[in-house]
Design a protein around this ligand. Sequence first.
Ligand code: ZN
Length: 255
Amino acid sequence: MLKKTKPWQVPILTYHYIRNYDNQEDSLGVGLSVSPENFERQIKYLSENNYNTISFSDLFNNTILPPQPIILTFDDGYEDAYTEAFPVLKKYNFTGTFYIITNKLYLTENQLREMQAAGMNIGVHTENHLLLPNLNSKQLNSEILVSKSKLEGMGIQALDFSYPYGKHTWKVRRIVKKVGLRSAVTTVYGVNIHLCDRYQMLRISVHNNHYGENLLSKINSNLLSRPRWQVFFCRILNRIFKNKINPLRYEINTK
Ligand SMILES: [Zn+2]
C-alpha cells in the first residue's frame, strides 16, 4: 500500500502538449504529449485521491498548505493549454501554472487574461526558448526581462519562470532573480521540500501512460525515497551558500 504523502513535500508535475499524437517518427513529440482523455483521467485520479493543487503564491506566501499539496505546470503555452487543459482544471477546481514563450505565442492575449482571471498562474518561458547557458548577460536580459515585460504589458502578472530545456547556470539564476521573478523550475526529477532553492525547483514529468496507480506510484516513490537525504543535503547547502540559496520557506505550515 502507498504511504500517505508527507505534507512538507511538494511535487510539481510537468506537462507540455495535451493532444492525441502518435507520429512514430517524432518520439520526442510523442513523449511530450498526453492525450486529452488520459489527462482528464490523471486529474480525476489526483482529485479522487485527495491531492490539492496549490499555486506558487500559496507556497511562497507562507499560507498554511492543504494536505497533499501538488503543483501542476504546463510548458510552452500551446493552444491545447487553453482548449484541453484549462477546462479540465476548472472542472475539478484545480489550478495550474502555464509558462509562455512570448515570441511564439500560441495563445491569444485574451485567452491568457481569461485563464489568469479564472485562477490560473501565467509564468515566463523566455522570448525565444533558447539554451540560456549559451547566452551573454545582455542576451539573457532580453530573453528573460523582455519576456516578463511583454506579459505584464498584456495585463498578466508573471512571477514564475521555467528554464527552456531545464538548463541554467549560476549566472542565469542570478538574472532570473534580479528581474523580479520569484521562482524557477528545472527538468531535474524529484520532489521539493521547504529547504530547496526556489530557483532550482525539481519536477516530475508526466507521460501519456501515467494514470491511476501508475501516476500515484511515480509521485509517491519520489516522496518516499528522497526526503531524508534531501533534507540533509539541502540543510548543508543552505549553510554553505547562505545568501545564494533562496529556500521555498524556512518552515512549512500544514494543516
Ligand atoms: Zn519549453
